[in-house]
Each structure stands twice: as structure tokens, then as C-alpha cells.
Design a protein around this ligand. Sequence first.
Ligand code: SFD
Ligand code: AMP
Length: 614
Amino acid sequence: MGLFNSRKTIYVDSDVLVIGGGFGGCGAAYESRHWGRDLKVVVVEKANIERSGAVAQGLYAINCYMGMQWDENKPEDHVRYARNDLMGLVREDLSYDIARHVDATVHMFEEWGLPFMKDPETGRYQREGKWQIMIHGESYKPIIAEAARKAATKVYNRIMVTHLLMDKKKPNRVAGAVGFNVRDGNFYVFRSKSVIVAAGGASHIFKPHSVGEGMGRTWYAPWSSASAYALPIQVGAKMTQMENRIVLTRFKDGYGPVGAYFLHLKTTTENAYGENYEPTWYDSIKEMVGDYVDHQPVPTCLRNHAFLQEVKAGRGPIRMVTKEAFKDPHKETVGWENFLGMTIGQAVVWASQNIDPKEINPELVMSEPYVMGSHATCSGAWASGPEDYAPDDYQWGYNRMMTVEGLFGAGDTIGGTAHKFSSGSFTEGRIAGKAAVKYVTDLGSDQPQVDEAEYENLKSVVYQPMENYEVGRNEIVAGTVSPSYLLPLHGLQRLEKIMDEYVGGTGTNYLTNEPMLTRGLELLSMLKEDLPYLGAESLHQLQRAWELQHRVITSECVAQHTLFRKETRWPGYYYRADHPKLDDTNWHCFTLSSYDAKSGEWEMEKAPVHHIID
Ligand code: SFD
Ligand code: AMP
């Protein structure tokens, strides 16, 4: 490794290392400090926590709040809601654990200065829906980041974590992480007694609707690059429900979310001929999934399914009926502000396409799939549950610890816990932080040690794309296509095409089957063979190269899970055409995977779904 020896290696020691300073990470830092007054709590973030992660642009609602102080809901009710929405399969222990603590989190947000809308008559938080409350949330992220900054011993911004480090003595114990500074290029070795991964979900593993110059326009943040899954997968942590990718109804071209419209503005949808199409599909959905169609609210995936069927039947586009609601000045203000505080691009799209929702009912579209464990979906790591509530086989260590010792997670990282959203992710970070502190305290003198040979080897692996570029660049005089390297963007487009065409993206109407998945996996393994030849022109491109690596391994995991589950559990999220119905007899279970980095092999298994709440 000749060219980059001049880069400095910087060593950082900590008790608790938090990877990712988004909602889960900020919660983890805050709570680790509370329980570990004298401990060294370090946050490492690839951007700047002030405006990083999915909430960078702000949010207009907090989607998970019980309202227990006013007897609005009980934690058990939220578990029932999430279970119904996910067609019966959630980790009820983990979900309950978040629901019972989430209100306290939200109250802290208010103390820290987040402006909440209040119901003028009752003085309570203004409800958008049964679980959602409305905020003036443009500055949501900086407010939460401030608390984490004050709690952490140090926040390292602009460092992209590429790999976890394992203990020299105990094979299944974490000992830290490595990464590089995307501004000065220095190599960082984080040695830590415990690690909490809170690195967000994954966009751009399936081809998005907008490509070319519009490819940054996706619903989930384009910088959510799957590290939350790739880091644990690479060290053999078990993952769950990775087939449960999410597809969402969104306003066309700007990906504006629909929740505030459906729930607060009480708008409805109609087909191109002004008809309410959902009842048309009731019988056929019942035929596919049985009584799950009768749940209230109708599960997100089934609403998607009716939308997709109606478009396939030739009666699209589907529109949101806004004209009436927008005649009410309050609702009109809410409708616009919802996007100005959260998804500004949608307001800009409407302005640029001459769409005034008072005059025109705007088009909706079904998004490409994302992988994330905090919205209406359960993908993520398989985690140990709370000591006082989890059944025995969901408990092997500390709360939120993965199947790797000392490795914890929160937010999008953790599987089985849909509908936690921003507040639930922060809450889960708090739960993980508290548990990590206990783990560290219990370690005593038996402390993990990093292996110098391991991180020295990773140092050359991490910078290899820059070396590839530097050497290979001499072989071409112009253009971007080289015989010796491929650029991160080329790799990303290849990945998105494979996932789209074989693993159930928009290109096949979310449809796949065993032969398609088998071929998709072959193509993914060929892509993996080419990844050592990634070429990075700059540190920025080096970050893109590692984001791609993380997306590819996560995609492989999604494809393996999709192949393993032989049923169509969530029509509207994806379809196994060779197993077109829900099959509770054989598949009322979680799917688990583990990856062996040495052999490149995946092992799949089933785990039982325990229903703790009636
Ligand atoms: O309307 C590395 N979300 C909503 N939540 C709500 O409560 N209300 C809403 O209104 C929500 N809506 C919404 C939402 C998200 C988006 C994008 C839109 C609309 C347009 C969901 C929440 O945002 C989500 O649940 C949480 O943010 C999840 O928290 P977490 O911690 O799992 O992810 P994060 O906040 O993105 O943070 C991840 C951080 O990790 C960093 N990172 N750092 C170092 N090294 C690496 N390799 C890293 N990889 C990633 C990231 O930079 C980031 O800071 S609505 O649609 O429902
Ligand atoms: P969204 O804006 O679509 O991301 O959704 C925000 C919140 O509203 C989430 O809690 C969704 O589950 C919920 N939601 C969105 N649309 C509907 C609907 N039609 N019926 C019930 N809940 C919904």
C-alpha cells in the first residue's frame, strides 16, 4: 500500500461508541451519559449531527406518542396497532418496551425547545391521528443534536465508519470500529468496550423513480446508505425480516408523505374517473390474506395493494382529493406547511408543475422499496429483549444487544419493531444506551482488545479505491469508463438495476419468484466480485464507494430473505408470484439470517412469533 501511507492513524478509546448521530444515536448518547456519569461516550457520524440523517430537513409530525398522561392510549394498544399493520408479525416485547417509554422522550423534546402544536380547546398536543402529534419541526434535528452534543464526551463528525472490529480473544465479541475522515482523509481506529449501531436505514438499493440528475429525489434520505445493516451483517450478527422492505404511497415526483393529509386533513383518494377504488379490491384481497384485510386501520401494505391493482386495471393515476379540504384556510396552511417543514421538494414540484391543490387533485405514486426498521416495516438486527418482559428465547443478554456480544442497536438498525419513527428511535437509543452502560460496568477486568493486524489490514482495504483510481486513471484520456476500475455511481446503478429487475422493484410491479431471485443473487455475487476494483477520485468518492459496499451486502441479505420466505405476506410491499398467498400455517414466523464473511455463505432459519399481548 504505497500511495497513502502518509495518512495519519488516530486512535480513540471509549466505553460506549455510538455509530451514527441520528435519532437512535442521539438517544443512545443522551442516556449513556445519564447512567454512565464517568464513562467515555463517543459519537461518530459521517456527516454533521447538527443536520444529519433522515430528519435533516425536519419533520412535521411525531408519529409515535401514546398520550398516557391524558389516557389517550396504552402501550398495549400500540403493539396491537403495529402487529395488525405488519400482518401479525412484530417483536411484541421490543415494541412494548418502546411504547411504555416513548412519552417521556417526547416530553423531553418539548423541554428542549421543540415547538408543539396544541389543541386550542383542550391544551393537549394537537393530534394528527391516533398515534401522531403535530410539531413545527424544521429545527427538530438541531434541537435533538444539541442534547447529544452536551451528553457525549466527544462527537466526531465527518467520519464514515466502514467496519466493526472484533475482540482479539473472544471471537464473537465486538471491540470497536474503523473509519476515515471524509475531509482530511485520516484513518480512525475506535477502540471501545461496547458499540451501539444507529446508522439509519437504506435508500437507493432499488432503482428509484427519478434517475439521472433527479436521483437524489427519493423519499427516504439518499444518504441513508445501509451501514446500519452492513456493519452488523459483516461480523455475523443475525438479521430478521429483511424481506419486509417498505413501499409507501407518496405524492408524485416530490415524495411528499401522505399521513398529514389522510389523518389530519381527512382527504381521500380516487382513481382517474373520480371513483373510490378501495372497496373494488376487498374480495380479492380477502382471498389472498384472509381476515387481515378486516383490521382497522387497513394495513399499509394492503392499501398499497389496492392502489397498485387499480393502476394495473388501467384506471390510474390515483389522486389525493385535496380540492375541498384546501378551501378551508386552516387546512390549506397545514397542507403547505407540512411540506415546507419536512419535504420542501414537494412544495417546489407543485409550484413548478402548476399544481395548486385547491384547484387540482395531485397525483400519488407508489414509491420504490426501502429497507428500514423504524417506519411501517420490521427489517433489522435480531436483538435481545427487555429482561422483565421478553420470552426466554428472545433473551440472551442485555436489552437491544444483537447476537454479537457488546454490539447494540437502535432505530432503523433493530428489526421487529415497526412504527417507532423519530420518537421511538430516540427512545430505543436510550434503551440501548442504558443497557450498554450496564454491559460495560459488568465487564470488570475482562475487557475486549482490538487486533492490530486486523485494523492495519483494514487500513489498506479502506483506501484501496483511491489507489485503484490513481493507478488506473493513467489508462484513459477522457470519460469515466476504465478497463481497471468502476466508479461508485456505476456500481450503484448496477445494484439498483439488479434489485429492481429480480428482487421485486417498481420495474416488475414489485413481483419476484424463486428463479428471478436465484438469478438476482448470481448477479449480485458477480457485482461483489467487482467491488475490490472500485475507483475513487476523491475522499468524497471514497465515501460513496463504502456506501455502495454497505448497500450491496444489505441487498444480498434482502434477496436471501425474500427467497427464504415462501409466501406473499405483505401484498403491496412485494409479491412472491410462485407463492401468491399469505400462509399462516408455515410462515407465521420471523426469518433470520446470518452471514459468514469468510465463506460468503448465508444461513437462514425461522424463529417463533410470540404473542404476548392478547
Ligand atoms: O411522514 C453514519 N420519519 C418520520 N418520523 C416521525 O416521527 N414523523 C414523521 O413525520 C416521519 N416521516 C418522515 C420520516 C423520515 C423521512 C426521511 C421523511 C419523512 C421524509 C422517520 C424518522 O426520520 C426515522 O424513523 C428516524 O430518523 C430513524 O432514526 P435512526 O437513528 O435509525 O436513523 P437516522 O435518523 O437517519 O440516523 C442515522 C445516522 O447515521 C449516520 N450514518 N455515520 C457514520 N458512519 C456510517 N457508516 C454511517 N451511516 C449512516 C447518518 O448520517 C445519520 O446521522 S413520515 O414520512 O412518516
Ligand atoms: P406517512 O406520512 O405516510 O409516512 O405516514 C405518517 C403516519 O400516518 C404513519 O404513522 C402512517 O402509518 C400513518 N398513515 C398514513 N396514511 C394512513 C392512512 N391512510 N390510514 C391510517 N394511517 C395512515
